[in-house]
Ligand binder design. Structure first.
Ligand SMILES: Cc1cc2nc3c(=O)[nH]c(=O)nc-3n(C[C@H](O)[C@H](O)[C@H](O)COP(=O)(O)O)c2cc1C
Ligand SMILES: [Mn+2]
Length: 479
């Protein structure tokens, strides 16, 4: 068996593959790193390791890593695929790995325990946390991390990626929506009046945020093991019993009080929707009690907020992972055989071989009724099997040709999952009030309606023009 993969061995692999750029020049954490990262994403450039962040040369944390999964080639490398593997192969392998979790193992100690910071020595601004977007509410420290909590009844552990902002030397205000697994743990603690222990992990194997950042399943550490083909080695935190990767770069230990008096302002943040999201409100706070870290640790951050021509790491990753998750949901709800392809993007497009009239609505209801109920599934388009859903123009043509807006554009009002939806008034996106932002979703059923599009024999039983055959050889040679 090869050595367990952690961030450092992943960086070695990226370097060997020409996928890593080390930046020794001094860069400013205040907006400059964000702009460099954005330009790197536009160019599909290598991952970036900033080794000289202004003001951090003498601190305990000098280095920042971004853009680790900012290309399909690097996603492929994470899975052990050739760099050139196709989208379809990546989605299929993700689905296979989801079904074969490898249980983590507990170990006594690991490199993450090499150094401890506690008490008055804790100062989160000692981490080279970029200021990512001009109008962000503060420095967003939790942008590419794993947040670990435990169900106080069942003992089950959850690992998720949820944004958080530095709210003080030892405080991180967080965005905690009721649709997320950690919110279920938090609700139980609130009912008991006890603070919820939390650990936040920065910098480890790339499978960590791939698994934590997708609504795949409950067993996130098991899925990380499956992606790595090696069990995750975990150690217990020092101040609580939460398990974290033994070779993580940095772990923050703390707890979240349910007392609203302890809440602090959080938001807005340049979000994955491509606009600022999460209206500023007092939100729950991780009160940090301890930091453990490796020697010369590497902090991990992420530029969120795709813009025209500029993807983000999460948009590239979601494109694959959400498609895989949608396949799983649809197959589990009896649509196996009908679903032929899924592309998850600003719109999610699903290609089906329609088995019965009304199936597109059934599919939309299945997705919106599952864990995938979130902003990313706001607009679903369902098309027939002859449409290339990787071609946006082909999808537009199908919508124009086959969808009647008065009956095939179906809006489903006031569903959860819309806190990132800036099309809404502030009131509707108040997750503190509603548990999650409320917004509307839309299905565009662009499949051919069987009843109103009879196949006519005089059209040679085709719904679309058929190109004629070109037969004279001298003409064939020309075209
Ligand atoms: C980079 C990144 C940032 C994310 N930020 C948030 C966030 O701020 N709030 C949130 O609820 N979900 C966020 N997500 C999505 C959740 O991680 C995702 O829905 C995941 O399934 C949640 O885990 P859970 O199902 O265990 O709750 C983010 C995902 C990624 C990859
Ligand atoms: Mn979960």
């Amino acid at each position: 068996m090869t050595a367990p993969r952690d961030l450092r061995s992943w960086l070695d692999l990226l370097a060997a593959e020409g996928e890593l750029m080390r930046i020794g020049a001094e860069v400013d954490w205040n907006l400059e790193i964000a702009e460099i990262t954005r330009r790197a994403l536009v160019k599909r450039a290598p991952a970036l390791l900033f080794e000289n962040v202004k003001g951090y040369g003498d601190g305990w944390c000098r280095r920042l890593f971004v853009n680790g999964l900012g290309s399909r080639a690097r996603l492929n490398l994470m899975f052990g695929l050739p760099k050139s593997a196709s989208y379809a192969e990546l989605v299929a392998l993700t689905r296979r790995r989801l079904r074969e979790p490898i249980a983590p193992v507990m170990v006594d100690t690991g490199p993450v325990k090499e150094h401890v910071i506690e008490g008055a020595a804790i100062d989160l601004t000692q981490l080279p946390v970029p200021f990512w977007h001009e109008l962000d509410g503060g420095r967003y420290i939790n942008t590419w991390c794993a947040v670990v909590t435990r169900d106080p009844d069942s003992g089950e552990v959850n690992v998720g990626t949820y944004r958080g902002m530095i709210a003080g030397r030892d405080r991180i205000s967080v965005f905690l929506e009721a649709t997320r697994d950690w919110a279920k743990h938090f609700a139980k603690h609130r009912a008991r009046g006890t603070p919820m222990p939390v650990a936040v992990v920065y910098g480890w194997d790339p499978s960590m945020v791939y698994a934590a950042g997708h609504p795949f399943a409950h067993d996130e550490y098991g899925i990380m093991g499956a992606i790595r083909r090696q069990p995750v080695e975990l150690v217990k935190c020092d101040t609580n019993d939460l398990p974290v990767p033994a070779s993580a770069e940095i772990v923050i230990e703390g707890s979240i009080s349910p007392d609203p008096e302890t809440f602090a302002l959080e938001g807005p943040f340049g979000e994955f929707s491509g606009v600022y999201g999460g209206f500023p409100r007092p939100r729950p706070v991780i009160q940090v009690s301890r930091i453990t870290h490796r020697t010369d640790p590497i902090y991990r951050g992420n530029l969120e907020g795709p813009t025209q021509g500029s993807p983000t790491e999460s948009s590239l990753m979601f494109y694959v992972g959400w498609a895989a998750a949608m396949w799983e949901v649809l197959e589990s709800q009896g649509h196996a055989g009908s679903v032929l392809d899924v592309v998850a993007g600003p719109w999610t497009v699903i290609k089906i071989r329609k088995a019965y009239e009304g199936q597109p609505r059934h599919i939309a209801a299945a997705i919106w009724g599952s864990k995938l109920i979130t902003y990313i599934g706001k607009i679903l388009v369902v098309v027939d099997e002859d449409v290339d859903i990787h071609d946006a123009r082909a999808v537009q043509i199908a919508i124009r040709a086959y969808a009647d807006p008065t009956k095939d554009f179906i809006a489903f009002p006031m569903l959860a999952g819309g806190s990132g939806d800036t099309a809404l008034p502030e009131e509707a996106s108040d997750e503190v009030k509603w548990g999650s932002g409320m917004h509307s979703k839309m299905l565009i059923d662009a499949t051919v309606e069987w009843a109103t599009h009879p196949v006519r024999p005089e059209w040679r039983n085709q719904r679309k023009p058929v190109n004629c055959t070109v037969s004279p050889p001298e003409i064939v040679a020309l075209v």
